[in-house]
Design a protein. Sequence first.
Length: 552
Amino acid sequence: MLPMKDKIYSHIIKCLDQLKLKYNKDFLVEVPNNIEHGDFSTNVALISAKMNNLKPRKMAEKIADTLGRKRSYRSVEIAGPGFLNFRLSNSIYHEALVKIIKAKKTFGSSDHGRGKKVLLEFISANPTGPLNVVSARAGAYGDSLYRIMTSAGFEAFREFYVNDAGNQVAILAESLELRYRELHGEKIEDFPIEAYHGDYIKELAANLNTVDGSKLFHISEEERLERMKNFALDEIHKMQVESLEKFDVQFDNWMSEKKLRQEGILEEALSYLAEANCTYEKDDAIWFSSTQFGDEKDRVLIKTDGNPTYLVPDIAYHLTKYQRGFDVIIDVLGPDHHGHVAKLRAAILALGLNIDKLEVVYLQHINLIQKGEVVKMSKRAGKIVTLNELIDEVGKDAARYFFIDRKPNAHLNFDLELAKKKSNENPVFYCQYAHARINSILKKAKKEKISLKEFEIKNLKKLNKNDELSLIKKMLELPSLLITCAESREPHRLAGYVHELAGMFHRYYAKYKIVDSNHLELSQSRLFLISAIKNVIAISLDLMGISAPNKM
RNA sequence: GCGCCAGUAGCUCAGCAGGAUAGAGCAACGGAUUUCUAAUCCGUAGGUCUGGGGUUCGAGUCCCUGCUGGCGUGCCA
Protein backbone atom coordinates (compact mmCIF):
# COMPACT_ATOMS: atom_id res chain seq x y z
CA MET A 1 0.00 0.00 0.00
CA LEU A 2 1.33 3.35 -1.01
CA PRO A 3 2.00 5.66 1.91
CA MET A 4 -0.27 8.67 1.94
CA LYS A 5 2.66 11.04 1.55
CA ASP A 6 3.79 9.35 -1.63
CA LYS A 7 0.31 9.54 -3.04
CA ILE A 8 0.17 13.27 -2.44
CA TYR A 9 3.69 13.64 -3.77
CA SER A 10 2.70 12.03 -7.04
CA HIS A 11 -0.48 14.11 -7.26
CA ILE A 12 1.68 17.22 -6.99
CA ILE A 13 4.10 16.09 -9.67
CA LYS A 14 1.27 15.26 -12.02
CA CYS A 15 -0.23 18.66 -11.41
CA LEU A 16 3.09 20.46 -11.97
CA ASP A 17 3.60 18.67 -15.27
CA GLN A 18 0.11 19.56 -16.30
CA LEU A 19 0.78 23.22 -15.47
CA LYS A 20 4.16 23.02 -17.23
CA LEU A 21 5.93 24.25 -14.09
CA LYS A 22 9.50 23.33 -13.29
CA TYR A 23 10.25 21.89 -9.91
CA ASN A 24 12.97 20.74 -7.57
CA LYS A 25 12.05 17.12 -7.00
CA ASP A 26 13.51 17.18 -3.47
CA PHE A 27 10.42 18.87 -2.12
CA LEU A 28 8.83 17.32 0.93
CA VAL A 29 5.37 16.24 1.86
CA GLU A 30 5.10 16.25 5.63
CA VAL A 31 2.68 15.96 8.47
CA PRO A 32 2.79 19.41 10.06
CA ASN A 33 3.37 19.75 13.78
CA ASN A 34 0.48 22.09 14.05
CA ILE A 35 -2.88 20.58 13.25
CA GLU A 36 -4.10 23.95 11.99
CA HIS A 37 -1.71 23.52 9.10
CA GLY A 38 -3.76 20.68 7.73
CA ASP A 39 -3.22 16.98 7.39
CA PHE A 40 -0.21 17.30 5.14
CA SER A 41 1.86 20.15 3.88
CA THR A 42 4.50 20.68 1.24
CA ASN A 43 7.26 23.16 0.59
CA VAL A 44 7.28 22.53 -3.16
CA ALA A 45 6.49 26.14 -4.08
CA LEU A 46 9.07 27.50 -1.65
CA ILE A 47 11.95 25.65 -3.17
CA SER A 48 10.83 25.68 -6.80
CA ALA A 49 9.42 29.19 -7.29
CA LYS A 50 12.72 30.70 -8.41
CA MET A 51 13.06 28.19 -11.25
CA ASN A 52 9.81 29.48 -12.71
CA ASN A 53 10.45 33.16 -12.01
CA LEU A 54 7.48 33.20 -9.71
CA LYS A 55 6.95 34.27 -6.14
CA PRO A 56 6.44 31.24 -3.87
CA ARG A 57 2.89 32.20 -2.99
CA LYS A 58 2.01 32.75 -6.66
CA MET A 59 3.29 29.33 -7.58
CA ALA A 60 1.48 27.78 -4.64
CA GLU A 61 -1.73 29.40 -5.83
CA LYS A 62 -1.53 27.77 -9.23
CA ILE A 63 -1.05 24.36 -7.68
CA ALA A 64 -3.81 24.89 -5.15
CA ASP A 65 -6.27 25.85 -7.89
CA THR A 66 -5.70 22.63 -9.74
CA LEU A 67 -5.38 20.17 -6.88
CA GLY A 68 -8.22 21.76 -4.93
CA ARG A 69 -10.62 20.37 -7.48
CA LYS A 70 -9.67 16.78 -6.73
CA ARG A 71 -12.19 14.83 -4.72
CA SER A 72 -9.56 13.42 -2.36
CA TYR A 73 -8.95 16.83 -0.86
CA ARG A 74 -11.35 18.66 1.34
CA SER A 75 -9.18 21.72 0.94
CA VAL A 76 -5.85 22.87 -0.40
CA GLU A 77 -4.68 26.13 1.14
CA ILE A 78 -1.76 28.48 0.80
CA ALA A 79 -0.12 29.55 4.03
CA GLY A 80 2.83 31.49 5.35
CA PRO A 81 5.59 32.19 2.84
CA GLY A 82 4.15 29.68 0.36
CA PHE A 83 3.41 26.40 2.04
CA LEU A 84 0.59 24.32 0.65
CA ASN A 85 -1.60 22.73 3.28
CA PHE A 86 -3.78 19.80 2.41
CA ARG A 87 -6.84 18.57 4.19
CA LEU A 88 -8.08 15.19 3.08
CA SER A 89 -11.67 14.09 2.85
CA ASN A 90 -12.80 11.83 5.66
CA SER A 91 -13.59 9.11 3.16
CA ILE A 92 -9.90 8.89 2.25
CA TYR A 93 -9.15 8.07 5.85
CA HIS A 94 -11.94 5.58 6.09
CA GLU A 95 -10.70 3.74 3.03
CA ALA A 96 -7.21 3.73 4.49
CA LEU A 97 -8.49 2.34 7.76
CA VAL A 98 -10.04 -0.60 5.94
CA LYS A 99 -6.71 -1.24 4.28
CA ILE A 100 -4.91 -1.28 7.62
CA ILE A 101 -7.28 -3.92 8.91
CA LYS A 102 -7.06 -5.96 5.73
CA ALA A 103 -3.27 -5.79 5.65
CA LYS A 104 -3.17 -7.43 9.08
CA LYS A 105 0.43 -8.09 10.13
CA THR A 106 1.81 -6.84 6.85
CA PHE A 107 0.68 -3.29 7.45
CA GLY A 108 3.66 -0.97 7.46
CA SER A 109 5.90 -3.23 5.46
CA SER A 110 7.10 -2.19 2.04
CA ASP A 111 9.41 -3.20 -0.77
CA HIS A 112 11.39 -0.02 -0.34
CA GLY A 113 14.69 -1.86 0.07
CA ARG A 114 14.16 -3.73 -3.21
CA GLY A 115 15.83 -6.80 -1.82
CA LYS A 116 19.17 -5.08 -1.30
CA LYS A 117 21.46 -7.42 0.60
CA VAL A 118 22.45 -6.02 3.96
CA LEU A 119 24.88 -7.53 6.42
CA LEU A 120 24.35 -6.50 10.00
CA GLU A 121 27.19 -7.41 12.27
CA PHE A 122 26.51 -6.76 15.92
CA ILE A 123 27.51 -7.77 19.45
CA SER A 124 30.57 -9.81 18.32
CA ALA A 125 31.60 -9.99 21.96
CA ASN A 126 34.71 -11.94 22.81
CA PRO A 127 33.93 -15.57 23.58
CA THR A 128 35.67 -15.22 26.90
CA GLY A 129 32.74 -14.59 29.20
CA PRO A 130 29.02 -14.02 29.55
CA LEU A 131 27.39 -11.22 27.59
CA ASN A 132 27.18 -7.94 29.45
CA VAL A 133 24.90 -4.94 29.20
CA VAL A 134 26.90 -3.38 26.38
CA SER A 135 26.16 -6.48 24.34
CA ALA A 136 22.58 -6.21 25.47
CA ARG A 137 22.27 -2.78 23.93
CA ALA A 138 23.94 -3.94 20.75
CA GLY A 139 21.64 -6.96 20.66
CA ALA A 140 18.47 -4.96 21.09
CA TYR A 141 19.60 -2.41 18.56
CA GLY A 142 20.91 -4.81 15.94
CA ASP A 143 18.02 -7.20 16.15
CA SER A 144 15.40 -4.45 15.94
CA LEU A 145 17.16 -2.85 13.03
CA TYR A 146 17.18 -6.25 11.37
CA ARG A 147 13.44 -6.65 11.87
CA ILE A 148 12.72 -3.15 10.62
CA MET A 149 14.94 -3.43 7.57
CA THR A 150 13.45 -6.77 6.70
CA SER A 151 9.99 -5.28 6.95
CA ALA A 152 11.10 -2.38 4.74
CA GLY A 153 12.06 -4.76 1.97
CA PHE A 154 15.77 -5.28 2.54
CA GLU A 155 17.28 -8.72 2.52
CA ALA A 156 19.10 -8.52 5.83
CA PHE A 157 21.47 -10.98 7.52
CA ARG A 158 22.55 -11.01 11.15
CA GLU A 159 26.08 -12.00 11.93
CA PHE A 160 28.11 -12.46 15.10
CA TYR A 161 31.87 -12.45 14.68
CA VAL A 162 33.58 -14.75 17.16
CA ASN A 163 37.18 -13.98 18.07
CA ASP A 164 37.90 -17.60 18.88
CA ALA A 165 41.58 -17.43 17.99
CA GLY A 166 44.53 -15.41 19.18
CA ASN A 167 45.66 -13.98 22.43
CA GLN A 168 42.46 -13.52 24.38
CA VAL A 169 41.49 -17.11 23.85
CA ALA A 170 44.91 -18.30 24.96
CA ILE A 171 44.47 -16.33 28.15
CA LEU A 172 41.03 -17.86 28.55
CA ALA A 173 42.53 -21.34 28.35
CA GLU A 174 45.19 -20.44 30.88
CA SER A 175 42.63 -18.98 33.25
CA LEU A 176 40.63 -22.18 33.06
CA GLU A 177 43.77 -24.24 33.59
CA LEU A 178 44.54 -22.37 36.79
CA ARG A 179 41.04 -22.84 38.16
CA TYR A 180 41.18 -26.48 37.20
CA ARG A 181 44.45 -26.92 39.08
CA GLU A 182 42.95 -25.12 42.02
CA LEU A 183 40.14 -27.61 41.99
CA HIS A 184 42.65 -30.36 42.28
CA GLY A 185 44.15 -28.90 45.41
CA GLU A 186 46.87 -26.80 43.93
CA LYS A 187 47.34 -23.42 45.56
CA ILE A 188 47.50 -20.59 43.07
CA GLU A 189 49.47 -17.81 44.71
CA ASP A 190 49.02 -14.99 42.25
CA PHE A 191 46.13 -15.28 39.90
CA PRO A 192 47.55 -13.26 37.01
CA ILE A 193 46.10 -9.82 36.60
CA GLU A 194 45.45 -10.26 32.87
CA ALA A 195 43.57 -13.51 33.40
CA TYR A 196 39.80 -13.74 33.58
CA HIS A 197 38.67 -13.41 37.15
CA GLY A 198 34.95 -13.97 36.84
CA ASP A 199 33.30 -16.75 38.81
CA TYR A 200 32.09 -18.36 35.60
CA ILE A 201 35.63 -19.61 35.02
CA LYS A 202 35.39 -21.56 38.27
CA GLU A 203 32.09 -23.02 37.13
CA LEU A 204 33.66 -23.98 33.83
CA ALA A 205 36.47 -25.69 35.69
CA ALA A 206 33.98 -27.64 37.75
CA ASN A 207 32.06 -28.68 34.64
CA LEU A 208 35.23 -29.70 32.92
CA ASN A 209 36.16 -31.72 35.95
CA THR A 210 32.86 -33.56 35.84
CA VAL A 211 33.51 -34.53 32.25
CA ASP A 212 37.23 -35.19 32.24
CA GLY A 213 38.15 -35.68 35.90
CA SER A 214 41.84 -35.62 36.51
CA LYS A 215 42.83 -37.29 33.28
CA LEU A 216 43.93 -33.96 31.82
CA PHE A 217 47.00 -34.13 34.02
CA HIS A 218 48.18 -37.14 32.09
CA ILE A 219 48.42 -35.50 28.71
CA SER A 220 50.90 -32.97 27.40
CA GLU A 221 50.51 -29.33 28.36
CA GLU A 222 49.88 -28.40 24.77
CA GLU A 223 47.08 -30.92 24.43
CA ARG A 224 45.66 -29.93 27.78
CA LEU A 225 45.51 -26.24 26.89
CA GLU A 226 43.93 -27.09 23.57
CA ARG A 227 41.29 -29.10 25.40
CA MET A 228 40.78 -26.25 27.88
CA LYS A 229 40.39 -23.76 25.07
CA ASN A 230 37.88 -25.75 23.09
CA PHE A 231 35.90 -26.66 26.15
CA ALA A 232 35.73 -23.04 27.32
CA LEU A 233 34.81 -21.74 23.87
CA ASP A 234 32.04 -24.29 23.48
CA GLU A 235 30.57 -23.68 26.90
CA ILE A 236 30.75 -19.92 26.66
CA HIS A 237 29.22 -19.96 23.20
CA LYS A 238 26.34 -22.02 24.57
CA MET A 239 25.94 -19.54 27.43
CA GLN A 240 25.84 -16.64 25.02
CA VAL A 241 23.33 -18.28 22.69
CA GLU A 242 21.15 -19.14 25.64
CA SER A 243 21.04 -15.58 26.98
CA LEU A 244 20.41 -14.20 23.53
CA GLU A 245 17.50 -16.57 23.11
CA LYS A 246 15.99 -15.19 26.29
CA PHE A 247 16.48 -11.77 24.77
CA ASP A 248 14.80 -12.84 21.51
CA VAL A 249 17.93 -12.18 19.52
CA GLN A 250 19.06 -14.63 16.89
CA PHE A 251 21.81 -14.78 14.32
CA ASP A 252 21.88 -16.14 10.81
CA ASN A 253 25.57 -16.81 11.08
CA TRP A 254 28.32 -17.03 13.69
CA MET A 255 31.51 -16.23 11.84
CA SER A 256 34.49 -17.88 13.44
CA GLU A 257 37.90 -16.26 13.33
CA LYS A 258 39.50 -19.66 13.73
CA LYS A 259 37.73 -20.81 10.60
CA LEU A 260 38.91 -17.75 8.68
CA ARG A 261 42.43 -18.66 9.67
CA GLN A 262 42.01 -22.30 8.72
CA GLU A 263 40.58 -21.41 5.35
CA GLY A 264 43.54 -19.20 4.56
CA ILE A 265 41.57 -15.99 4.28
CA LEU A 266 44.19 -14.16 6.31
CA GLU A 267 46.88 -15.06 3.81
CA GLU A 268 44.55 -14.14 1.00
CA ALA A 269 43.96 -10.68 2.44
CA LEU A 270 47.67 -10.21 3.09
CA SER A 271 48.57 -11.21 -0.45
CA TYR A 272 46.07 -8.73 -1.89
CA LEU A 273 47.59 -6.00 0.22
CA ALA A 274 51.06 -6.99 -0.93
CA GLU A 275 49.95 -7.05 -4.56
CA ALA A 276 48.62 -3.54 -4.13
CA ASN A 277 52.06 -2.51 -2.87
CA CYS A 278 50.70 -1.54 0.50
CA THR A 279 52.96 -3.60 2.72
CA TYR A 280 56.62 -3.38 3.66
CA GLU A 281 59.07 -4.86 6.11
CA LYS A 282 60.63 -2.92 8.95
CA ASP A 283 62.13 -3.94 12.31
CA ASP A 284 61.45 -7.60 11.53
CA ALA A 285 57.74 -6.93 11.23
CA ILE A 286 55.40 -6.53 8.28
CA TRP A 287 53.62 -3.21 8.06
CA PHE A 288 50.60 -1.86 6.25
CA SER A 289 51.18 1.57 4.76
CA SER A 290 47.78 2.79 5.84
CA THR A 291 48.83 6.44 5.95
CA GLN A 292 48.37 6.67 2.20
CA PHE A 293 44.70 5.94 2.83
CA GLY A 294 44.16 8.55 5.48
CA ASP A 295 45.27 6.73 8.61
CA GLU A 296 47.45 8.58 11.12
CA LYS A 297 50.29 6.14 10.99
CA ASP A 298 51.22 2.83 9.44
CA ARG A 299 50.15 -0.33 11.23
CA VAL A 300 51.81 -3.60 11.99
CA LEU A 301 50.27 -6.63 10.30
CA ILE A 302 52.70 -9.37 11.28
CA LYS A 303 54.45 -9.01 14.59
CA THR A 304 58.14 -9.71 15.16
CA ASP A 305 57.13 -13.06 16.65
CA GLY A 306 55.54 -14.02 13.34
CA ASN A 307 51.94 -13.80 14.52
CA PRO A 308 49.39 -11.53 12.89
CA THR A 309 47.97 -8.60 14.82
CA TYR A 310 44.22 -8.49 15.41
CA LEU A 311 43.96 -6.20 12.40
CA VAL A 312 44.67 -8.99 9.93
CA PRO A 313 41.76 -11.30 10.77
CA ASP A 314 39.56 -8.23 10.86
CA ILE A 315 40.61 -7.21 7.38
CA ALA A 316 40.13 -10.80 6.25
CA TYR A 317 36.70 -10.89 7.82
CA HIS A 318 35.67 -7.73 6.02
CA LEU A 319 37.08 -9.10 2.80
CA THR A 320 34.60 -11.96 3.11
CA LYS A 321 31.80 -9.49 3.71
CA TYR A 322 32.55 -8.02 0.31
CA GLN A 323 33.14 -11.39 -1.32
CA ARG A 324 29.76 -12.57 -0.17
CA GLY A 325 28.14 -9.88 -2.27
CA PHE A 326 26.47 -7.61 0.24
CA ASP A 327 25.29 -4.22 -0.97
CA VAL A 328 25.37 -2.67 2.46
CA ILE A 329 27.71 -3.69 5.25
CA ILE A 330 26.81 -2.36 8.67
CA ASP A 331 29.19 -2.74 11.60
CA VAL A 332 27.62 -2.03 14.95
CA LEU A 333 30.48 -1.19 17.28
CA GLY A 334 31.02 -0.26 20.86
CA PRO A 335 32.29 3.17 21.83
CA ASP A 336 35.85 2.03 22.40
CA HIS A 337 36.34 0.77 18.87
CA HIS A 338 36.11 3.90 16.82
CA GLY A 339 39.89 4.27 16.73
CA HIS A 340 39.92 0.97 14.94
CA VAL A 341 37.79 1.99 12.01
CA ALA A 342 40.34 4.30 10.36
CA LYS A 343 42.64 1.30 9.96
CA LEU A 344 39.89 -0.87 8.62
CA ARG A 345 38.75 1.76 6.14
CA ALA A 346 42.31 2.18 4.96
CA ALA A 347 42.53 -1.54 4.38
CA ILE A 348 39.31 -1.61 2.41
CA LEU A 349 40.53 1.21 0.21
CA ALA A 350 43.84 -0.58 -0.26
CA LEU A 351 41.99 -3.69 -1.36
CA GLY A 352 40.21 -1.62 -3.96
CA LEU A 353 36.81 -2.35 -2.47
CA ASN A 354 33.89 0.07 -2.47
CA ILE A 355 34.19 1.95 0.80
CA ASP A 356 30.70 3.41 0.45
CA LYS A 357 29.21 0.03 1.21
CA LEU A 358 30.65 0.07 4.70
CA GLU A 359 28.73 1.83 7.41
CA VAL A 360 29.68 2.00 11.04
CA VAL A 361 27.21 2.60 13.82
CA TYR A 362 28.71 3.42 17.20
CA LEU A 363 26.75 2.61 20.29
CA GLN A 364 27.74 4.78 23.19
CA HIS A 365 28.30 3.79 26.76
CA ILE A 366 25.69 2.67 29.18
CA ASN A 367 25.44 3.71 32.77
CA LEU A 368 23.30 1.50 34.90
CA ILE A 369 21.63 3.64 37.49
CA GLN A 370 20.52 2.20 40.79
CA LYS A 371 19.13 4.40 43.53
CA GLY A 372 20.37 7.42 41.66
CA GLU A 373 23.93 6.15 41.49
CA VAL A 374 25.97 4.71 38.67
CA VAL A 375 26.61 1.00 39.11
CA LYS A 376 30.33 0.47 38.73
CA MET A 377 31.30 -2.28 36.34
CA SER A 378 34.70 -3.76 35.85
CA LYS A 379 35.46 -6.67 33.59
CA ARG A 380 38.88 -7.37 35.07
CA ALA A 381 37.61 -7.73 38.58
CA GLY A 382 34.75 -9.84 37.28
CA LYS A 383 32.26 -7.22 38.33
CA ILE A 384 30.07 -7.07 35.30
CA VAL A 385 26.33 -6.94 35.00
CA THR A 386 25.41 -9.68 32.60
CA LEU A 387 22.61 -9.82 30.09
CA ASN A 388 21.10 -12.65 32.10
CA GLU A 389 21.07 -10.61 35.28
CA LEU A 390 19.51 -7.70 33.46
CA ILE A 391 16.75 -9.87 32.03
CA ASP A 392 16.10 -11.45 35.43
CA GLU A 393 16.01 -8.03 36.99
CA VAL A 394 13.79 -6.01 34.66
CA GLY A 395 12.50 -8.49 32.08
CA LYS A 396 13.17 -8.78 28.38
CA ASP A 397 10.52 -6.33 27.24
CA ALA A 398 11.59 -3.45 29.45
CA ALA A 399 15.26 -4.02 28.74
CA ARG A 400 14.72 -4.02 25.01
CA TYR A 401 12.50 -0.98 25.10
CA PHE A 402 14.95 1.06 27.13
CA PHE A 403 17.80 0.21 24.80
CA ILE A 404 15.86 0.91 21.63
CA ASP A 405 14.32 4.11 22.93
CA ARG A 406 17.60 6.04 22.67
CA LYS A 407 19.31 6.93 19.45
CA PRO A 408 22.39 4.78 18.95
CA ASN A 409 25.16 7.31 19.34
CA ALA A 410 23.86 8.84 22.52
CA HIS A 411 25.03 7.90 25.96
CA LEU A 412 22.46 5.92 27.81
CA ASN A 413 21.47 6.03 31.42
CA PHE A 414 19.57 2.91 32.24
CA ASP A 415 17.50 3.38 35.35
CA LEU A 416 17.01 -0.10 36.75
CA GLU A 417 14.29 0.91 39.16
CA LEU A 418 12.28 2.72 36.53
CA ALA A 419 12.50 -0.25 34.17
CA LYS A 420 11.12 -2.47 36.91
CA LYS A 421 8.18 -0.29 37.81
CA LYS A 422 4.81 -1.52 36.71
CA SER A 423 3.25 1.88 36.55
CA ASN A 424 2.69 4.85 34.35
CA GLU A 425 6.24 6.03 34.92
CA ASN A 426 7.41 3.19 32.80
CA PRO A 427 6.86 3.79 29.08
CA VAL A 428 7.06 0.17 28.04
CA PHE A 429 4.05 -0.75 30.18
CA TYR A 430 2.23 2.28 28.89
CA CYS A 431 2.46 0.93 25.34
CA GLN A 432 1.69 -2.64 26.26
CA TYR A 433 -1.21 -1.56 28.40
CA ALA A 434 -2.83 0.19 25.44
CA HIS A 435 -2.74 -3.11 23.60
CA ALA A 436 -4.14 -5.06 26.53
CA ARG A 437 -6.81 -2.47 27.08
CA ILE A 438 -8.03 -2.66 23.50
CA ASN A 439 -8.22 -6.39 23.79
CA SER A 440 -10.30 -6.07 26.88
CA ILE A 441 -12.70 -3.70 25.16
CA LEU A 442 -13.07 -6.10 22.27
CA LYS A 443 -13.89 -8.82 24.76
CA LYS A 444 -16.46 -6.67 26.41
CA ALA A 445 -18.06 -5.98 23.01
CA LYS A 446 -18.27 -9.68 22.37
CA LYS A 447 -20.03 -10.16 25.69
CA GLU A 448 -22.57 -7.50 24.72
CA LYS A 449 -23.01 -9.28 21.40
CA ILE A 450 -21.65 -6.43 19.35
CA SER A 451 -19.82 -8.07 16.55
CA LEU A 452 -17.77 -6.73 13.69
CA LYS A 453 -18.99 -9.56 11.49
CA GLU A 454 -22.09 -7.77 10.28
CA PHE A 455 -20.27 -4.49 10.24
CA GLU A 456 -20.80 -2.40 7.14
CA ILE A 457 -17.96 -0.34 5.80
CA LYS A 458 -20.28 2.49 4.91
CA ASN A 459 -20.92 3.07 8.59
CA LEU A 460 -17.37 4.25 8.96
CA LYS A 461 -18.64 7.70 8.17
CA LYS A 462 -19.69 7.76 11.82
CA LEU A 463 -16.00 8.18 12.52
CA ASN A 464 -15.87 11.90 12.04
CA LYS A 465 -14.36 13.22 15.24
CA ASN A 466 -11.00 14.87 14.87
CA ASP A 467 -9.62 12.51 17.50
CA GLU A 468 -10.63 9.57 15.37
CA LEU A 469 -9.26 10.94 12.14
CA SER A 470 -6.03 11.85 13.92
CA LEU A 471 -5.68 8.29 15.11
CA ILE A 472 -6.06 6.99 11.58
CA LYS A 473 -3.60 9.59 10.37
CA LYS A 474 -1.12 8.50 13.00
CA MET A 475 -1.43 4.87 12.00
CA LEU A 476 -0.87 5.80 8.38
CA GLU A 477 2.51 7.20 9.31
CA LEU A 478 3.85 3.73 10.03
CA PRO A 479 4.93 2.71 6.52
CA SER A 480 7.04 5.78 5.86
CA LEU A 481 8.27 5.82 9.44
CA LEU A 482 9.63 2.32 9.03
CA ILE A 483 11.40 3.34 5.87
CA THR A 484 12.96 6.27 7.68
CA CYS A 485 14.01 4.02 10.56
CA ALA A 486 15.55 1.57 8.13
CA GLU A 487 17.35 4.19 6.06
CA SER A 488 18.68 6.14 9.01
CA ARG A 489 19.44 2.95 10.96
CA GLU A 490 17.53 4.50 13.84
CA PRO A 491 14.98 2.17 15.43
CA HIS A 492 14.46 4.61 18.28
CA ARG A 493 12.00 6.55 16.18
CA LEU A 494 9.72 3.55 16.29
CA ALA A 495 9.79 3.48 20.08
CA GLY A 496 8.72 7.11 20.14
CA TYR A 497 6.01 6.38 17.62
CA VAL A 498 4.35 3.55 19.56
CA HIS A 499 4.46 5.64 22.68
CA GLU A 500 2.64 8.47 20.90
CA LEU A 501 0.09 6.16 19.35
CA ALA A 502 -0.56 4.48 22.70
CA GLY A 503 -0.98 7.91 24.28
CA MET A 504 -3.48 8.98 21.64
CA PHE A 505 -5.45 5.83 22.25
CA HIS A 506 -5.47 6.23 26.05
CA ARG A 507 -6.79 9.77 25.66
CA TYR A 508 -9.38 8.63 23.15
CA TYR A 509 -10.50 5.89 25.52
CA ALA A 510 -10.88 8.34 28.37
CA LYS A 511 -12.97 10.69 26.27
CA TYR A 512 -15.30 8.43 24.30
CA LYS A 513 -17.43 5.44 25.05
CA ILE A 514 -16.62 2.72 22.60
CA VAL A 515 -18.96 -0.15 23.46
CA ASP A 516 -22.52 1.16 23.57
CA SER A 517 -25.33 -1.12 22.51
CA ASN A 518 -27.65 1.86 22.11
CA HIS A 519 -25.55 3.10 19.23
CA LEU A 520 -24.71 -0.06 17.41
CA GLU A 521 -23.27 1.39 14.22
CA LEU A 522 -21.11 3.90 16.05
CA SER A 523 -19.88 1.19 18.40
CA GLN A 524 -18.97 -1.05 15.55
CA SER A 525 -17.15 1.74 13.78
CA ARG A 526 -15.16 2.52 16.86
CA LEU A 527 -14.38 -1.11 17.48
CA PHE A 528 -13.17 -1.26 13.93
CA LEU A 529 -10.91 1.70 14.64
CA ILE A 530 -9.42 0.31 17.82
CA SER A 531 -8.85 -3.08 16.22
CA ALA A 532 -6.64 -1.31 13.75
CA ILE A 533 -4.81 0.46 16.57
CA LYS A 534 -4.28 -2.84 18.28
CA ASN A 535 -2.83 -4.21 15.10
CA VAL A 536 -0.47 -1.28 14.62
CA ILE A 537 0.76 -1.39 18.22
CA ALA A 538 1.35 -5.13 17.97
CA ILE A 539 3.29 -4.75 14.73
CA SER A 540 5.43 -1.96 16.14
CA LEU A 541 6.20 -3.76 19.36
CA ASP A 542 7.04 -6.90 17.47
CA LEU A 543 9.54 -5.00 15.34
CA MET A 544 11.25 -4.07 18.57
CA GLY A 545 11.10 -7.62 19.88
CA ILE A 546 8.68 -6.65 22.61
CA SER A 547 5.59 -8.68 23.42
CA ALA A 548 2.09 -7.30 23.04
CA PRO A 549 0.09 -8.89 25.87
CA ASN A 550 -3.66 -9.32 25.63
CA LYS A 551 -4.03 -9.05 29.35
CA MET A 552 -2.06 -7.29 32.02
C1' G B 1 48.44 17.42 20.88
C1' C B 2 45.34 14.95 17.21
C1' G B 3 40.72 12.18 16.04
C1' C B 4 35.50 10.51 16.92
C1' C B 5 30.85 11.36 19.66
C1' A B 6 27.84 14.41 22.56
C1' G B 7 25.94 19.32 24.94
C1' U B 8 17.84 21.06 24.11
C1' A B 9 12.95 22.13 30.68
C1' G B 10 15.13 20.41 37.62
C1' C B 11 16.17 14.89 35.61
C1' U B 12 16.11 11.29 31.26
C1' C B 13 15.57 12.23 26.31
C1' A B 14 12.67 13.32 21.24
C1' G B 15 12.81 16.84 17.43
C1' C B 16 10.88 12.77 11.39
C1' A B 17 18.15 14.69 6.57
C1' G B 18 16.62 23.16 6.80
C1' G B 19 10.29 24.58 7.67
C1' A B 20 5.41 27.63 10.44
C1' U B 21 4.40 29.02 17.87
C1' A B 22 10.97 23.94 20.20
C1' G B 23 8.02 18.53 22.24
C1' A B 24 7.29 14.01 25.54
C1' G B 25 8.03 11.19 30.00
C1' C B 26 9.59 11.59 35.04
C1' A B 27 9.88 14.70 39.25
C1' A B 28 6.41 19.20 41.49
C1' C B 29 1.49 21.12 42.20
C1' G B 30 -4.16 20.76 41.49
C1' G B 31 -8.15 17.62 39.78
C1' A B 32 -11.02 12.96 37.61
C1' U B 33 -12.63 6.07 39.47
C1' U B 34 -20.52 3.05 41.42
C1' U B 35 -15.20 2.14 34.59
C1' C B 36 -15.00 -0.32 28.52
C1' U B 37 -8.68 -2.55 33.13
C1' A B 38 -6.67 4.30 37.24
C1' A B 39 -0.52 0.14 34.62
C1' U B 40 -5.33 5.52 32.63
C1' C B 41 -7.01 10.63 31.83
C1' C B 42 -7.47 16.29 32.49
C1' G B 43 -5.07 20.81 34.14
C1' U B 44 -0.82 24.16 36.09
C1' A B 45 4.22 25.29 35.96
C1' G B 46 8.85 24.81 33.75
C1' G B 47 13.56 27.05 27.83
C1' U B 48 18.96 32.67 25.99
C1' C B 49 18.30 24.74 22.23
C1' U B 50 26.68 25.40 25.55
C1' G B 51 28.94 30.86 23.93
C1' G B 52 30.15 33.56 19.26
C1' G B 53 30.16 34.24 13.97
C1' G B 54 28.39 32.63 9.02
C1' U B 55 25.23 30.35 4.84
C1' U B 56 19.30 31.85 3.08
C1' C B 57 13.10 33.39 2.25
C1' G B 58 13.79 30.39 7.06
C1' A B 59 18.84 27.28 11.54
C1' G B 60 17.98 23.27 17.57
C1' U B 61 19.11 21.07 12.57
C1' C B 62 24.24 22.91 7.68
C1' C B 63 29.59 25.52 7.83
C1' C B 64 33.60 27.92 10.86
C1' U B 65 35.19 28.88 15.84
C1' G B 66 35.53 28.98 21.37
C1' C B 67 34.01 26.22 25.97
C1' U B 68 32.57 21.63 28.68
C1' G B 69 32.10 16.22 29.06
C1' G B 70 32.88 10.96 27.27
C1' C B 71 35.91 7.81 24.39
C1' G B 72 40.00 6.64 21.31
C1' U B 73 45.01 7.44 19.85
C1' G B 74 49.70 -0.45 21.47
C1' C B 75 54.00 -5.27 17.48
C1' C B 76 46.24 -5.90 23.40
C1' A B 77 41.62 -7.61 21.00
